[in-house]
Design a protein around this ligand. Structure first.
Ligand code: BEZ
Length: 328
């Protein structure tokens, strides 16, 4: 965070100081994320920056660094902890590597569909879980976004879960998904997003765990024989501010930044709810083998996952209760 208190005109700065009792302080924030420039998360980050600049009369700016320019998510989380990075829009997957309670969001089939996933993420319970982040991870969570539900894309033919056994299957690097595919007898292969296209195209992996948007927009289906529409997990995102940076902000700036960031990460939920089914329909229309499956397809892997995560996350029962309350 750089300070540039000269940004406000002298008279305006003096007026603000007198009115609020807090010295006006303009700041240039840096926001990192792993998604490429055209991705919905990146667009939301840019829109947040534009809104923050307008709301602060140009005093605050946000420079967005997409596509892992500042490092992978583990590295960015470290930078947030030290205050070297101000903000990030990050997978809850990465956060769950530091705060295991968040693994509960990945309970297979917790959400019945994309709209239900949105309702779970917008619940008071889910938002209450963010309260533990400053103490446990050194970041402030402002609210949730999402990247739809997870599907499976394979290079070979798949008609039952047995066909997944032994497949090198790309996963996002985090524990709940690792446990799920281990329970299925697959060979889960943690791999960051930018490496996925090449790995699927050249056969380094046999299959990938992915969301509908990227299967369609990044054309992963082109290198696949089978697309399994399973909707087996939600994939939440969270808006984060470094707790160190947060501590140096005035109460007014915290409120403004927190509210605007929450609004823009939340906007991604609306986008996925509106588009997820269309992306899947377009993938289906390509003529690739396309199968639609439900929980029964995965046999006892879901029960195995539930047993493992009942021990690992104290939030699982609470999120299940929310899922039941928001089912319709
Ligand atoms: C993934 O690892 O599959 C992923 C990460 C961020 C956004 C969407 C997908």
């Amino acid at each position: 965070m750089k300070f540039m208190s000269k940004t406000l005109g002298g008279a305006a700065a003096l007026a603000l100081t007198v009115l609020s009792g807090v010295a006006a302080q303009a700041e240039e924030f840096r926001l990192g994320l792993i998604t490429p420039p055209p991705h919905i998360w990146t667009k939301a980050a840019e829109a947040f920056g534009a809104d923050l600049s307008a709301a602060s009369d140009g005093a605050h700016t946000v420079t967005v660094f997409p596509a892992r320019q500042l490092g992978n998510e583990a590295e960015m989380l470290q930078q947030l902890q030290t205050g070297a990075l101000d903000m990030a829009f990050m997978t809850v997957a990465e956060v769950s590597n530091r705060a295991q309670d968040f693994g509960a969001f990945y309970a297979p089939f917790l959400a019945a569909d994309i709209d239900h996933a949105g309702r779970i993420l917008r619940s008071d319970f889910a938002n209450g879980m963010l309260d533990q982040l400053p103490a446990e991870v050194g970041v402030v969570g402002t609210g949730y976004g999402m990247a739809g539900l997870r599907q499976i894309v394979t290079r070979g033919s798949v008609s039952s879960a047995d066909d997944l056994a032994g497949l090198k299957l790309r996963i996002t690097p985090f524990e709940p998904i690792l446990d799920f595919y281990n329970a299925l007898g697959a060979a889960p292969t943690p791999m960051p997003l930018p490496a996925v296209y090449e790995a699927l195209a050249n056969g380094q992996v046999d299959a990938i765990d992915m969301d509908a948007e990227l299967i369609w927009v990044l054309k992963y289906y082109e290198h696949a024989d089978t697309v399994v529409q399973s909707n087996h997990m939600m994939f939440p995102m969270v808006g984060l501010v470094s707790a160190r940076v947060w501590a140096g902000l005035s109460a007014d700036d915290r409120a403004m930044i927190g509210d605007l960031m929450a609004k823009h990460v939340d906007s991604t939920i609306d986008t996925y709810v509106a588009k997820d089914r269309d992306w899947l329909a377009q993938v289906r229309d390509t003529g690739k083998t396309y199968i639609e499956v439900d929980q029964a397809f995965f046999g006892d892997a879901v029960d195995q996952w539930n047993t493992i995560w009942a021990e690992k996350s104290s939030a699982l029962d609470g999120l299940r209760a929310v899922a039941a309350d928001t089912a319709n």
